[in-house]
Ligand binder design. Sequence first.
Ligand code: EPZ
Length: 422
Amino acid sequence: MDKLLVHGNSSLRGTVNISGSKNASLPILAATLLTEEPCIIRRVPDVSDTNYMLQILRALGADVERSSGTVRVEAKEISPEAPYDLVRRMRASICVMGPLLARLGKATVSLPGGCVIGDRPVDLHLKGLAGLGADIDVEGGNILIEAKDGLHGNEIDMRGKHGPTVLGTDNLMMAAVLAEGRTVIESAASEPEVLDLANFLIKMGAKIEGAGTRRITIDGVPKLGGAEHTVIPDRIEAGTFMVAAAMVGEGVTVNRVCQDHLEATTRCLESAGHGVQFNEGGDAVTVTRGDAPQGCEISTAPYPGFATDMQAQFTAMFATTPGISVVEDTIFTQRFMHCAELKRMGADIKVDGGRAVIRGVETLSAAPVMASDLRASAALVLAAMGAKGTTEINRLYHIDRGYEHIDEKLLQLGATMERARD
Ligand code: EPZ
């Protein structure tokens, strides 16, 4: 089991290149199942989540080749059964359900397990696909879904009690592109990764309007063809490095970003007193630590609001920001596992009912800590770089799920850390 030994009192300077988006790659790779023709996807990050997805595509019968960031998928003959032992490891595998149903008229996908950030229901996914005429059974931990009379367009409101669903919107869109007639998705997720998937589907021949807004209209077509696509930059990786620069940076430039996707992160860094300067093209950003940082309030919301995937990283920053900060997660109200670990390092945080109240302390001190989920692990790395002493971060596999070579990138910026085996 890998762990990371992070030596404190780091200071970062220089430039770092952001990888392609994990959360755009996963549904786009699933969408290659919609055609028997080959698809080429570029800038797919080499992280365990995307590698799981490639294994699932292979297990379904697709021919998959990867050379560095470029993946070629040819799903000529595929099976409707996603393998339990792979699907159970990654919740996002649920997004093969829509394409399998659309291509084959049926699918068997295991119910995703929950995870530390909370119960991960799929009721909205099933509501959406049932809305297109699919029959659904849940048996032995598997979702058995079938459209005996084909899929038919419909108006479907996908709003849940915590707002829109990203992968639920993706699944419905990927089923609707081959359905008979028009589908209108109300209360759709508008994340950039949903728009990126729609752009890929349109290149394959799909007819989609309004992706990136709350209302998406899809006119079904009989068949889709192969396409080539380069996934968008990873806005959460970019935000993570921007927070690192605000915490322990002496002038860090983050390259290969998309300014439009980073508005909420930028606003919060500036209200905390840090400097954020994008270049003319909006594809690079320099973050400088403020002279008088101050605590502030954050409440997560669906895009374009403040991303739930960024709240742990900001909590790590607020742990040593003078004053009181409040972080509320309205999307995953239990997503505070990182707070207990930060408290082991000396942070002053009180968590109750979906909110963390953080009182900034002078500095944190090293302690053995446990990574629990992808973004919590990143928060611990950020905190450890600014702490006194050497912090041991265990269960490093969490961070390798979604950050491509994060330790190498931080080392290039001047951090000092090394991997070790248990
Ligand atoms: C996507 O997960 C992201 N994952 C998550 O990023 C991200 O945190 C999340 O969207 C919210 O932005 C990928 O894109 C692979 P949701 P997803 O369905 O689609 C509830 C990371 O760190 N809900 O938008 O699974 C759900 O419980 C990961 O990269 C239902 O109630 O999340 C949550 O409260 C973590 N019923 C809210 O909706 C459903 O059927 C939003 O979840 C589906 C979701």
